[in-house]
Design a protein around this ligand. Structure first.
Ligand code: GDP
Length: 281
């Protein structure tokens, strides 16, 4: 499958992010817990050099809990702090404040030595499109937040959301561009719905998902679809039959069956599934 991508504003976005990063102490990077590597852009490691780092395994409610823990260790070994969250329900968000203070311990200590007390940590949320940045900011900041710098005369950008006395968040998230050099990365991003559906061949994508399930979570296919197929195409045909996806004339509507399967995956109806493990990276 050949997924094309035209990163039009990439250079400009990168330059803007570099400027924003100068203003902050901490980068809060959201990744999708189902694809923690494919959903991140490693450029952030260079862009954020010297800054404290917090990785949020977002949508952890949709991912395999054992894999969530393995990924948390993976990022911790790289020197990042990690919190598993579900930005939609708010689960996990409470522990973030404490982790932020721990992540920025050195900055706080440095400030203290210079006689600066209680200067809030300034943080910025970054991540690829659709990873949940706005959902996170809204639920984390909640209704209690007050925008600072939101006064007449304040020039564009750099609006800070004051979350509490020790943390301020840049109110616009930094959008990282997904990477596509690896075909498997493209397929995984497509499966979680991060790529415009129109440029995809749904049947090929569904067969990729079936192939993955056959090798990593075979019980999902047998339990939900009662599948016993030997290969992905046969599997897709069985799903089409089981879900009565029939075109006019009675032949199987594989496109509809593909959409149903992919939607079942994205919405969590297939259970909590993680598409990549740290061992594969
Ligand atoms: P952004 O493009 O990074 O700002 O992403 P959005 O905040 O618009 O979120 C994209 C989609 O993911 C929305 O449909 C959200 O409801 C959903 N979403 C965000 N966070 C979570 C989460 O932790 N769990 C689940 N299940 N869905 C989430």
């Amino acid at each position: 499958m050949n997924i094309q991508w035209y990163p039009g504003h990439m250079t400009k976005a990168k330059r803007a992010m570099k400027e924003d990063i100068k203003l902050i102490d901490l980068i809060i990077e959201l990744v999708d817990a189902r694809v923690p590597l494919s959903s991140r852009n490693p450029d952030i490691d260079d862009l954020g050099a010297g800054k404290a780092r917090l990785v949020l395994l977002n949508k952890s409610d949709l991912a395999d809990e054992r894999c969530n823990n393995a990924w948390a260790s993976y990022f911790e070994e790289k020197g990042c702090h990690v919190v598993k969250v579900n930005s939609k329900s708010g689960a996990g968000l409470k522990s973030i404040n404490g982790v932020v203070l721990e992540a920025c311990k050195e900055k706080i200590e440095r400030d203290r030595r210079r006689g600066i007390l209680n200067r809030p940590v300034r943080a910025m949320v970054v991540g690829i499109p659709n990873v949940g940045k706005s959902t996170f900011i809204n639920s984390f900041a909640g209704k209690a937040c007050a925008k600072t710098g939101n006064k007449p005369g304040v020039t564009k950008g750099n609006q800070w959301i004051r979350l509490n006395k020790s943390l301020e968040l840049l109110d616009t998230p930094g959008i990282l561009w997904p990477r596509f050099e690896d075909q498997q990365v493209g397929i995984r991003l497509a499966l979680i719905g991060s790529i415009n559906d129109e440029i995809l061949n749904k049947e090929e994508l569904a067969m990729e998902l079936i192939r993955f399930l056959m090798s990593s979570y075979p019980q999902v296919l047998s339990e939900r679809y009662d599948l016993s197929a030997e290969d992905p195409l046969e599997g897709l045909m069985q799903i089409a039959r089981a879900r009565a996806c029939l075109a006019r004339g009675g032949e199987l509507d594989l496109n509809r069956a593909s959409n149903l399967l992919i939607e079942d995956f994205r919405s969590g109806k297939l259970g909590r599934l993680t598409l990549e493990t740290p061992q594969q990276s």
